[in-house]
Design a protein around this ligand. Structure first.
Ligand SMILES: Nc1ncnc2c1ncn2[C@@H]1O[C@H](COP(=O)(O)OP(=O)(O)OP(=O)(O)O)[C@@H](O)[C@H]1O
Ligand SMILES: CC(=O)N[C@H]1[C@@H]2OC[C@@H](O2)[C@@H](O)[C@@H]1O[C@H](C)C(=O)O
Length: 401
């Protein structure tokens, strides 16, 4: 037998596993690396984060990804090269983080690698007859495994699509296993480039759990912060705080069929781009809007669409006072968070940090949970017939030799 197959079999039976979760999201800010200790599986999953680090992307690396990111037309050779390069780079960073933490690769069981999304194309978005939901993450897992010396699970989204989903949001699986609490209705709100949430009912009934993207989180704010200031984001919402929301532009921004679609739904920077904002400016006659006012309006746009989606959920589920736990970089933006708080007066707000997992680490941690389920889960969690959350395990296996 291949000794690594034996190793996989052995680690699947261990009472606990050490898994490195990797996430590089739509913000292209860096690679989140979370070393997790996970015991059990399914409803018995217990997790602690032993180490966490974000390895920042250098500008040249970001530009190289931006050359293919969310674009319909690209240089195909560049995409092919990036697939290998990102995998290799992510694997090296795992090895580097482990050295920094004085941990031997042999003492880690698995790497769970999300890779880099370069194009997300749910059917609702591409609308091309005869083609299914589709999404593409690059940074091949074989390179992550070879560079780190650790068995790697990767490319998690394809099985979700193969079983009827849109390939996202995947957070719902880990959110359900880690954060469900009997007696408390919870909403786990992640504000990355794109915002999404998971609804966790107080009954713990997996068939009622659901998840959706809501639209932009930071992606538009970041794009214009870069243009106006050369900085990667509007730190602490400073520009937005100085500006005034332009109601005409806000209404034009909200005027997109995505927001009226039923849940669950997913989207990405393929739709919510600078071009999208420029079109809304034209429609509302606000092409000459001051930079601070544009930032205030974009920040309110994210807040309103997040709050509307949550409000719709509360109405549908007849929940009155849920606890909303925030994560992702947007949770550090006081203007964004303040507006959401004001729009949802019936909700109690905290960060996932209050539940023991730092908001900045959450997505990387969730991929470690998916890998744990893939190797040690029983596959018995039943999310019912609810579209968009297929009851499957996910992740492809790469041996390191
Ligand atoms: N202090 C801060 N003030 C304002 N915004 C912040 C701050 N810190 C982080 N952010 C925002 O958070 C973003 C990074 O968020 P995060 O890492 O959660 O996104 P991501 O994981 O790449 O996205 P996604 O979840 O869509 O894949 C930054 O680009 C920035 O917009
Ligand atoms: C295709 C893709 O990479 N989607 C991301 C993105 O970033 C946030 C949102 O859009 C979410 O749907 C998803 O990531 C998280 C980790 C998820 O699948 O839950």
């Amino acid at each position: 037998m291949n000794p690594q197959l034996q190793r996989l079999y052995d680690l699947a039976k261990k009472p606990d596993r050490r898994i490195v979760g990797l996430m590089s999201g739509t913000s292209l800010d860096g690679l989140d690396v979370a070393l997790c200790r996970i015991s059990g599986n399914g409803g018995n999953t217990q997790l602690s984060v032993e180490q966490f680090e974000t390895v920042p992307y250098e500008e040249a690396f970001k530009d190289s990804i931006r050359a293919v990111f969310a674009k319909k037309q690209i240089n195909f050779e560049h995409l092919t090269l990036l697939n290998e390069q990102i995998g290799r780079q992510h694997g090296r960073w795992v090895a580097q983080c482990l050295r920094n933490w004085h941990i031997e690769p042999a003492d880690v069981d698995l790497v769970a690698s999300h890779g880099q999304t370069v194009y997300h194309a749910p059917q609702q978005q591409h609308r091309r007859a005869g083609y299914p939901n589709a999404t593409l993450q690059i940074g091949d897992g074989d390179h992550v495994a070879a560079e780190s010396g650790i068995i790697t699970l990767s490319d998690f989204r394809q099985r979700h699509i193969a079983h009827g989903g849109e390939g996202a949001p995947l957070a719902v699986y880990g959110d359900y296993l880690l954060f469900s609490q009997e007696g408390e209705d919870r909403i786990l709100l992640n504000m990355g480039g794109i915002a999404n949430f998971t609804y966790l009912p107080n009954s713990l009934d997996a068939r009622v759990v659901f998840t959706t993207d809501t639209g932009p989180g930071n992606t538009l704010i970041d794009a214009f912060a870069r243009q106006f200031t050369g900085q990667p984001y509007d730190e602490n919402g400073q520009m937005a705080a100085r500006g005034r929301v332009d109601e005409a532009l806000l209404r034009a921004l909200i005027n997109h069929p995505f927001f009226a679609q039923p849940f669950p739904k997913t989207t990405g920077p393929e739709v919510f781009s600078k071009l999208y904002v420029q079109n809304a400016q034209q429609q509302s006659g606000t092409e000459t809007i001051a930079p601070d006012d544009l930032m205030a309006t974009l920040t309110r746009f994210s807040a309103e669409t997040i709050a509307q989606a949550i409000q719709r959920t509360l109405t549908q589920t007849k929940i009155v006072h849920p606890h909303v736990y925030m994560s992702g970089g947007g949770a550090h933006n006081p203007v964004l968070v303040g507006a959401i708080n004001a729009l949802l007066p019936g909700c109690t707000f905290a960060r996932t940090d209050a539940l023991g997992i730092a908001g900045d680490a959450k997505e990387a941690v969730l991929f470690a949970v998916l890998a744990n389920e893939a190797v040690a889960g029983t596959g018995k969690i039943n999310f019912g017939e609810r579209q968009g959350v297929p009851s499957v395990s996910m992740g492809k296996i790469s041996f390191y030799k």
